[in-house]
Design a protein around this ligand. Sequence first.
Ligand SMILES: [Zn+2]
Length: 215
Amino acid sequence: MTSDPFFLQPGLDQEIRPGKDGSDGAFTCACCGLPSPGAGLPWTGPSTGVGLRVCQVCNLLQDTSRAAIDAEAMLVWWPEMSQSRLMFLARTAHQTLRLMARQQGQSDRQFWETILKAIPDPLLGTQFSPSFRTPMTLLRLLESRRAEAEHRLQSGSVRQVTTAMRLCGSADETVRRNLDLLRAGLRILPTGRLLDAGADVYPAFLDKALALTPS
Ligand SMILES: [Zn+2]
């Protein structure tokens, strides 16, 4: 029994590869399975696997009670989809959006913010070229289960929900059953922001990730 509501089951296909330029290493994330820049962060979650490493995005799952989490992730209700699959889809969609933005010469942070704002608001999305539509629609679909999570939990805050779940006394059989039910359907969906000392480092992360895969 874990006290962490958002544990995942890392895959076993992780490997460390040398980076393209021979200096900056790359590896395959043990959670989303995507080629990722750097050496990754050690997975300390309850799923077994010594030496598993995850990318910066999947690392969000490791501490869902920290201050910035509600800007970086939201709760969605997706019992049909594994957490690692959701991470794969979200990061792939974000990478595609970043690639298209750059191809249009729009690599500044402000444009990235505009893209993110247009995801929950399809009217704002009409300002983008048709090539943005597919990844935006995918992200909208993934976000569409946000309301269901909020309805079930009476809160949309990852931080609040994590704290509440950790405080639950699991000695009670009914409480334990309810917690298991929530864990079975609750997922974390990255918003497209990764904050480091208040600055969004996600666009830079995506640029490095894109450099690893031929487009
Ligand atoms: Zn990952």
